[in-house]
Design a protein around this ligand. Structure first.
Ligand code: HEM
Length: 467
């Protein structure tokens, strides 16, 4: 399948298209020193401090307490008004960084990947190469394309039910049953990683924590990008373990799908064996990225539990079940998408210009800060509401910058696997239990009360078997 064939497949992710009348700006502006300082203080610093690669709980706590994302959004809205929506180049020493403020510009940038707007920015290369040196996100040129194709063929974006989905239902249901009646983040996270290992690596890996624990330690280092020396011993141990696990090729796992793709490529003679592709080299990103899916699921549970109308619909969808049935669960998928819209787990979408562009020369870094677009109350009537229907009736799809999974040629190829696993887990929980939100870090959640920053770590639930 070629890349152009792929873009024709239906997908649940928003398209990179623009609304009628929305056109990208033909040129950019430059921020004043004061504006740059405000963006640095209220947008860049909190985003970096929160942990771009793994969340720092103490900073998440502060972010929620002071609703820091709301402040970031306010800063960028003000900048947008002053500069009439044009992209704005910050006056930062030693770096050329331009912030996109308009929906159409963000959509345009994401659609034009990897050239001129490459996802493999300096920051991502520095951080991610600590545990995924050959991941597609930090790859360039022909290698990027091969790795991208392999990721798409194995993860099957655009297909709501992966061809292996039926293999994952049992581990997900078992995980839901293993949750205690009082559910905190630690309980949920433990169950989530058991599910992730079984879906990704397969078979009996539920308790095989070493690989994901090592990844956790590498991710903490990666938060420091180029500021901290690399721990090569840890990295080599982790990558060797991933390679070993991938080599076991357990039936029904995501890695088995990837191995099949690599074997097909070898047989068809379309490439020099595994050289360049490095199938096992794609798996660290998968394990890493499933973390965000766990966070999104826990927040979605909080949204559902605090919105009676959605709660009733979610329980109804969850309740229609045959024990081993694999189902699409459109409403629960939409709830997870809403969780990601309201609290994006990748708030900073970064691109680096590989050629001169109308908005800045080669080497310029571009930032689309997704909370600005996702919570744009001047444009979206549902900006600060929980409204899963926007993902079902086409309203979200019509917006080029509602992009929890990014969009365009570098959009997340794992999105449909994510939506399947998360929605199936929510269904397994809500189909058998009555769930109530019992605690947050201090913020109040409910209809009309959705802070821009939500610390998932402090959410707690009570549950009892449903009658
Ligand atoms: C809630 C969970 C997830 C979210 C919100 C998410 C979101 C994203 C976003 C926003 C990007 C673009 C990043 C950028 O441009 O810098 C991305 C890329 C990617 N994601 Fe995900 N992701 C999730 C989970 C996953 C999972 C579980 C997998 C694999 C099983 C996966 C595989 C990938 C890959 C391979 C890329 C790189 C694509 C490329 O560079 O062409 N993601 N994801």
């Amino acid at each position: 399948m070629t890349t152009s064939d792929r873009s024709a497949t239906p997908t649940t992710a928003p398209s990179g298209g623009t609304l009628r009348g929305d056109q990208p700006h033909p040129a950019s502006d430059t921020a004043s020193v004061a504006e740059t300082a405000r963006v640095a203080a209220t947008v860049l610093a909190p985003t970096i401090a929160a942990g771009p690669i793994t969340r720092r709980p103490a900073v998440m706590h502060l972010a929620e307490r002071f609703d820091l994302d709301r402040r970031a959004i306010a800063t960028l809205r003000r900048l947008r008004r002053t500069h009439h929506g044009r992209p704005v180049r910050l006056r930062l020493p030693g770096r050329s960084v331009t912030v996109l403020l308009d929906h159409a510009d963000a959509g345009r940038m994401l659609a034009a990947a990897p050239v001129p707007f490459s996802p493999a920015t300096l920051e991502k290369r520095a951080a991610l190469s600590r545990f995924q040196p050959h991941g597609v996100l930090v790859s360039e040129g022909p290698w990027r394309q091969r790795r991208r194709d392999a990721n798409e063929d194995a993860l099957e974006p655009g297909r709501e039910l992966h061809h292996l989905a039926s293999e994952w239902v049992d581990p997900i249901r078992t995980g839901a049953d293993d949750l205690p009646s009082g559910i905190g983040w630690e309980d949920f996270s433990t169950v989530w990683w058991r599910i992730v290992r079984q879906v990704t690596l397969g078979g009996d890996t539920a308790d095989d924590r070493e690989v994901t624990d090592l990844l956790g330690r590498l991710r903490q280092d990666a938060n420091w990008a180029y500021l901290l020396p690399r721990n090569r011993r840890l990295r080599d141990r982790f990558l060797a373990l991933v390679r070993q696990q991938t080599g076991l090729d357990r039936q029904g796992s995501l890695v088995s799908a990837l191995n099949a793709v690599a074997a097909d490529a070898r047989q068809a003679g379309t490439g020099p064996g595994d050289t360049g592709l490095d199938a096992a080299g794609q798996v660290p990103h998968w394990l890493f990225a499933f973390d965000a899916a766990g966070i999104a699921t826990f927040r979605a549970l909080a949204l559902i539990a605090t919105h009676p109308g959605a709660h009733a619909r979610a329980r109804e969808e969850a309740g229609h079940r045959g024990e081993d049935e694999v189902r699409q669960l459109p409403f629960l998928r939409a709830c997870v998408l809403e969780s990601l819209r309201l609290w994006p787990t990748t708030p900073a979408l970064l691109r680096e210009a590989r050629a001169d562009t109308a908005w800045g020369g080669e080497g310029t870094t571009f930032l689309a800060f997704t909370p600005l677009f996702h919570r744009d109350s001047g444009r979206l009537p549902y900006a600060d509401r929980f409204d899963p229907d926007i993902w079902l009736d086409g309203r979200a799809r019509a917006q080029p910058a509602l992009v929890p999974f990014s969009s365009g040629p570098a959009a997340c190829p794992g999105r449909d696997v994510v939506l399947f696993t998360t929605a199936t887990l929510l269904a397994a929980i809500l189909g058998r239990r009555e769930v109530r939100l019992t605690g947050t870090g201090g913020t109040r959640l409910g209809p009309g009360r959705l802070p821009a920053s939500l610390n998932h770590v402090t959410l707690t639930f009570s549950s009892r078997p449903s009658t």
